[in-house]
Ligand binder design. Structure first.
Ligand SMILES: CC(=O)N[C@H]1[C@@H](OP(=O)(O)OP(=O)(O)OC[C@H]2O[C@@H](n3ccc(=O)[nH]c3=O)[C@H](O)[C@@H]2O)O[C@H](CO)[C@@H](O)[C@@H]1O
Ligand SMILES: C=C(OP(=O)(O)O)C(=O)O
Length: 443
């Protein structure tokens, strides 16, 4: 079994570079299905399991995809006639596969995608995506584990109010509306930087979208879209994870490519906790306080620009080491506290009360064998391990590989005592880019 082994107590120092954002590249690759002519060239693509999965999804739909992992580039030619069915084997691995629905429906008037189902962080329905398609004239049929959307002729532009600013629904509707007849207005849309990145890519493809990044997005449908070149924005969650790694070890780390504008809410909480954060060059320098000087704080997760749910478990790890009582409230997903039990195995003093976790710090964290319950929980357990006494072993690394490129290797380069091992052959080896690629290819 693959494990990450962390021996805590080492300060992190040096420079680390952030990859392209997972949550930006997945919709961008899905959007490439809208191009009935020309090739798309996507750069700054992170080498992640989820990227291999979305590439497989669109290959299966008959798009041509070349992933040059060494150069972080994906070239997509979707000018062939495409299939319109995405089976469960892909959607099960990665919920973002549902993002092919908007493009297929808009281009072919038909999409049949396996129902994503719930996952470890919540039930995650797609009702808002479907309501949007219906408002544009699609008929929706749910049965036999699939959700099918059909329209006679083209989708028609519509005014769509989202009950909540769902990232995926905003993306799916924006992609569908790009090729619809007439104007679509999305109200109460998600404002995440990844939405802006997708809109920029769609506009490069010939779409006419304004207002992305605000709650009202206006899309004037066009008849055709073509391939385009696009580079993916840096991953704000990976950047935030390294910020916590520096803070929790009392280290001093320059995080290159971190976009401070995308990280305001995280930076503000780190500063409240007595962590120093300074913009430097094209990144951010994070300096953790001396041991015993981290201060407690309260955090509530919210849609952007509020505090991101994808940084909740990492900040929870930091709160464990802060003096005093911290309260962390999760409002985006109803069940994103599975990591609490794992932290408790590391001697964390905390309890769940409804949608909040009350943390009594500073806990004397002890190394333990812990299992990652989802992607960000995997990172958070590693972060806790950096500050724990003794050896922490983190298992269930398939979650980690979905969203972090070589996290163990990057932390080791900053001075952490960390390695990734495979128990079955007992060889202890550092994680290289090639190994990550190899491991993720077989997913
Ligand atoms: C690939 C990707 O970009 N994933 C991100 C995306 O997920 P994702 O796009 O799935 O997240 P959403 O913003 O859609 O979900 C937010 C909340 O809305 C609910 N909801 C969503 C859609 C819907 O039709 N009905 C409904 O009730 C969800 O169950 C959840 O409680 O945004 C989340 C919230 O920032 C992040 O944690 C994920 O990392
Ligand atoms: C929840 C996440 O991703 P996904 O929506 O792909 O599950 C995440 O990136 O933390």
């Amino acid at each position: 079994m693959e494990k990450i082994i962390v021996r805590g107590g080492h300060q992190l120092n040096g420079t680390v570079k952030v990859e392209g954002a997972k949550n930006a590249v997945l919709p961008v690759i899905a959007a490439s299905l809208l191009a009935s002519e020309g090739k798309s060239v996507i750069t700054d693509v992170p080498v992640l399991a989820d990227v291999y999965t979305i590439n497989e999804v669109i290959r299966n739909l008959n798009a041509e995809v070349e992933f040059n992992a060494e150069h972080n580039t994906v070239v997509i030619d979707a000018s062939n006639e495409l299939e319109t069915e995405a089976p469960f084997e892909f959607v099960r691995k990665m919920r973002a596969s549902v993002l092919v629905m908007g493009p297929l429906l808009a281009r072919y008037g038909h999409a049949n995608v396996a129902m994503p189902g719930g996952c470890a962080i919540g039930s995650r329905p797609i009702d808002l995506h479907l309501k949007g398609f219906e408002a544009m004239g699609a008929e929706i049929h749910v049965g036999n584990g699939f959700v099918e959307a059909k329209v006679n002729g083209r989708l028609k532009g519509a005014k769509i109010y989202l009950d909540m600013p769902s990232v995926g629904a905003t993306e799916n509707i924006m992609m569908a509306a790009a090729l619809a007849e007439g104007k679509t207005i999305i109200e109460n849309g998600a404002k995440e930087p990844e939405i802006v990145d997708l809109a920029n890519y769609l506009n490069q493809m010939g779409a006419n979208i304004i207002g992305a990044g605000t709650e009202t997005i206006r899309i004037e449908g066009v008849d055709k879209l073509h391939g385009a070149e696009h580079s993916i924005i840096p991953d704000r969650v990976e950047a935030g994870t390294f910020m916590v790694a520096a803070a929790i070890t009392g280290g001093n780390v320059l995080i290159e490519n971190a976009v401070t504008e995308h990280l305001r809410s995280v930076i503000s909480k780190l500063e409240e906790m007595n962590v120093t954060v300074k913009e430097e060059g094209n990144g951010v320098r994070v300096i953790g306080p001396e041991s015993g000087e981290l201060k407690s704080t309260d955090i509530k997760t919210l849609p952007y620009p509020g505090f991101p749910t994808d940084m909740q478990s990492q900040l929870m790890a930091l709160m464990l080491r802060a003096e005093g009582t911290s309260v962390l409230t999760e409002t985006v997903f109803e069940n994103r506290f599975m990591h609490v039990e794992e932290f408790r195995r590391m001697n964390a003093q905390m309890k769940i009360e409804g949608r909040s976790v009350i943390i009594e710090g500073a806990s004397d964290l002890q190394g333990a064998e812990v299992a990652a319950t989802d992607l960000r929980a995997a990172a958070a357990l590693i972060l806790a391990g950096l500050a724990a006494d003794g050896v922490t072993r983190v298992t269930e690394l398939k979650h980690l590989d979905r969203g972090y490129v070589n996290l163990a290797g990057k932390l080791a380069a900053l001075g952490a005592d960390i390695e990734r091992i495979n128990d079955t052959d007992d060889t202890v080896k550092p994680v290289t880019q090639e190994e990550t690629e190899f491991a993720t290819k077989s997913f």
